[in-house]
Ligand binder design. Structure first.
Ligand code: GLU
Length: 484
């Protein structure tokens, strides 16, 4: 059996969103699972809506997710992606073949007004409803062709049915007569989606076209084009929609949808790949899948027909699990740019200390951003004091405890977790109080709040100097409030 060849073909008319990322991921996984090729093709023929910034954002998101592509134009150079606007010759050549075989005809209708344009047809596509170009007298046609640029319309065969075995939906049928003659090349020489897609999928020897089922209505048009061009059909599989929690199509109303947004919100690519893979693909009860496990397990037989719901809470949970799986050292490495960006650390801050700080936060954090923010008190930046905590714990009666602890910590020979813990416990024992009676006021003094990671770790990674300075500050603050 020949190796499979798959592709992801985004239009750079927006950011990569969850739906597109899932299509990319399923194609990539299938290619990797079956030892085939995965191609990336930027479908940039919608000149009005495509931008370089969107292209860059899509490539960035693909790279961030780790969805690497295998081939591209140019020999020996960095591979890919393919850009349709660099392949116009191929579409012209194919259109010429259809024209000379009588399977397409020139269309001279004026472009549609912007207001008339529907989603699948761009404004510069000629009007369709009253087009009579198919019946034009040959001499008249020749004269108009010689006059200048014109569009090309595909003459769709009108008899019979198209029956397809969709890899996900099973048998699907379409009436040929339902498919009106459609534009394949606009007057400016730029192909429309269906035409460019077929020419490229054939040229790139794509064996499986896996895409969202919003494209199901395009597939019969594409099948007719394959037939007219004498090309072999690939297999088609249309994956079901992703819905928001209210069962409406997932959109910005529901929360983040672009991969860029998830990244900014502190989600890890490992968690997104894991979560998105499970959107519409069933495989036992296991929740956590690493990349290699997904490659080993993924195939189309696990992909269901019905729409699935995007569960933000589950993604957040999974992200937390991945934070812990990847561990403190890796999290410190990833969160470092966030801390630097906030101006909390400089480039020479010790990696060991950052790993220590991260190790105190990974247990609870659900996102990288949360992990970054929660670390604020570790750095030399003002942090908010919780007024209630201060009133309750930074009191005259606790002042001697803070002072005594400062003295003992100041005298510690070794600054280690165990030595710090022993100092706390000894002080509590000496004063005949529970350890909590020492820990809580110290926690408020050091972190500004009654909730923080374990106190001994906090003290360890805050470091001696900062710890002593903050205890001193708290003692001064208590004295000041006693005076006023
Ligand atoms: N450019 C199309 C899109 O972004 C590709 C559809 C396909 O995969 O054929 O929806």
């Amino acid at each position: 059996m020949n190796a499979v060849r798959l592709r992801f073909a985004p239009s750079p008319t927006g950011f990569l969103h969850v739906g597109g990322a899932r299509t990319a991921l399923f194609n990539w996984l299938l290619a990797r699972h079956r030892g085939g090729a995965f191609l990336l093709r930027i479908e940039d023929t919608d000149r009005q809506r495509s931008t370089q910034a969107y292209t860059d954002a899509i490539l960035d998101a693909m790279t961030w997710l780790g969805l690497d592509w295998d081939e591209g134009p140019g020999i020996g150079g960095p591979h890919g992606p393919y850009y349709q606007m660099e392949r116009l010759d191929r579409y012209h050549e194919a259109a010429d073949r259809l024209l000379s075989g009588g399977r397409a005809y020139p269309c001279f209708c004026p472009p549609r007004a912007e207001a008339e344009a529907t989603e699948d047809l761009e404004p510069e596509t000629p009007v369709r409803a009253d087009c009579r170009c198919a019946e034009m007298d040959p001499a008249e046609r020749q004269r108009r062709v010689a006059e200048g640029p014109h569009a090309v319309r595909f003459a769709t065969p009108k008899d019979g049915e198209i029956e397809l075995e969709d890899l996900i939906h099973g048998s699907v049928r379409f009436e040929r007569k339902e498919i009106v003659d459609f534009i394949i090349l606009k007057a400016d020489g730029v192909p429309t989606y269906n035409f460019a897609c077929v020419v490229d999928d054939a040229a790139m020897c794509i064996t499986h076209v896996i895409r969202g089922d919003d494209h199901l209505s395009n597939t019969p048009k594409q099948v007719l084009l394959y037939e007219a061009l004498g090309l072999d059909l690939p297999r088609f599989g249309h994956i079901p929609m992703i819905l928001g929690p209210d069962k409406k199509r997932l959109s910005k109303r529901h929360g983040a949808v672009s991969l860029q947004q998830f990244r900014e919100d502190g989600y890890l690519p490992e968690a997104l790949v894991n979560y998105i893979a499970r959107l519409g693909w069933a495989h036992g009860d296991e929740e956590i899948f690493g990349r290699q496990e997904l490659i080993a397990a993924f195939d189309l037989d696990g992909v269901g027909k019905s729409a699935c719901v995007f569960d933000y809470a589950k993604l957040e949970w999974l992200n937390g699990e991945w934070i812990r799986r990847l561990g403190a050292a890796e999290m410190a490495r990833r969160v470092r740019p966030l801390w630097e960006g906030r101006g909390w650390i400089g480039p020479d801050e010790s990696g060991e200390r950052l790993e220590g700080i991260a190790s105190t936060l990974v247990e609870r954090a659900r996102t990288l951003v949360e992990l970054a923010d929660k670390a604020r008190f570790y750095f030399d930046v003002p942090f908010p004091w919780d007024g209630e905590a201060r009133a309750k714990f930074l009191t005259d009666s606790n002042r001697p405890i803070l002072a005594a602890l400062a003295e003992r910590l100041g005298a510690l020979r070794e600054w280690s977790h165990d030595a710090i813990e022993a100092a706390f416990r000894q002080l509590a024992a000496d004063r005949g109080v529970k350890p909590g009676a020492v820990i809580q006021p110290v926690r408020v003094a050091l972190t500004g709040s009654t909730v923080s990671p374990g106190m001994f770790e906090v003290v360890q990674w805050l470091g001696r100097e900062r710890t002593l300075a903050r205890l001193e500050e708290a003692i001064v603050a208590i004295a000041d409030s006693a005076r006023t």
